[in-house]
Write a protein that binds this ligand. Structure first.
Ligand SMILES: [Fe+2]
Length: 242
């Protein structure tokens, strides 16, 4: 089985992820060695912090696709976005009837929050997107103090219509045993829709999907691996091609 990484910062020079084409290609190589064959590249968009112009992102993305096709011809790359939520964000998602700032033009939005936001704030932004026909994927949900160690709150967001992404490293113990325990509980309760690397480089936050794949297989079975690392990510990609 081949896997898809839906959250990573591999496009060179557009955010706090890869700083060079050389590093980006090495990161892609590492993803490939882990069995990844499709990647949605998700540069940050955050007002006042990451505001790289769309044309620049598209240009660097095209260059990366071209370079990658030479060394990894069967690796598919797509352009997404990790969007930092705020109260006036809705105009950023449509240009006329064309979707923008979503995951490769699909109805899915990888939505990130500041650590100080409350559960009611996250719910409100979730509803904002659902109301305009978009589906939020809450990025690394384990990072938000208002929901961490509270699976019942994650469940509330799930029931509301949000999808849930956790980082591979959090599940495999890179953020400590307590965090690992929380992520394992979410997995057992089928509250995890996606597990992604959120990789930024090769050292501090490297591509690390395969360890999480093996962990999920051991704890939740092959059907869970298929759903989390293949079926759900493919749902985004197919929806982008409609
Ligand atoms: Fe990220």
């Amino acid at each position: 089985m081949f896997y898809t990484d839906i959250h990573c910062h591999i496009i060179p020079g557009v955010d706090d992820g890869s700083y060079s084409m050389e590093l980006s290609l090495k990161m892609l190589q590492r993803e490939y060695e882990d069995g990844v064959r499709s990647i949605i590249l998700t540069p940050h968009y955050r007002i006042g912090m990451f505001e790289t112009a769309d044309e620049v992102i598209r240009q660097r993305y095209s260059e990366l696709v071209e370079e990658a096709s030479r060394i990894l011809p069967d690796l598919s790359l797509y352009l997404g976005r990790e969007y930092h939520a705020h109260t006036d964000m809705l105009p950023d998602f449509y240009e006329g009837s064309t979707r923008i700032s979503t995951m490769c033009g699909s109805e899915y939005v990888l939505l990130e929050f500041s650590a100080d936001k409350s559960l009611s704030y996250i719910k409100a932004r979730t509803k904002d997107l659902l109301d305009i026909g978009l589906t939020p994927i809450i990025a690394h949900i384990e990072r938000y103090p208002c929901v961490v160690f509270k699976p019942e709150f994650v469940s509330e967001l799930h029931t509301l219509g949000a999808m849930v992404q956790i980082n591979a490293g959090a599940l495999t113990g890179e953020d400590g045993w307590t965090m690992k325990g929380f992520c394992k509980k979410l997995l057992k309760e089928e509250l995890v829709d996606f597990i992604a690397t959120d990789c930024h480089d090769l050292k501090r936050r490297p591509p690390n999907l395969i360890k999480a794949v093996k962990y999920v297989e051991k704890k939740a079975g092959i059907a869970a691996v298929d759903r989390i690392f293949h079926e759900n990510p493919m749902m985004i990609i197919y929806s982008s091609e409609e």
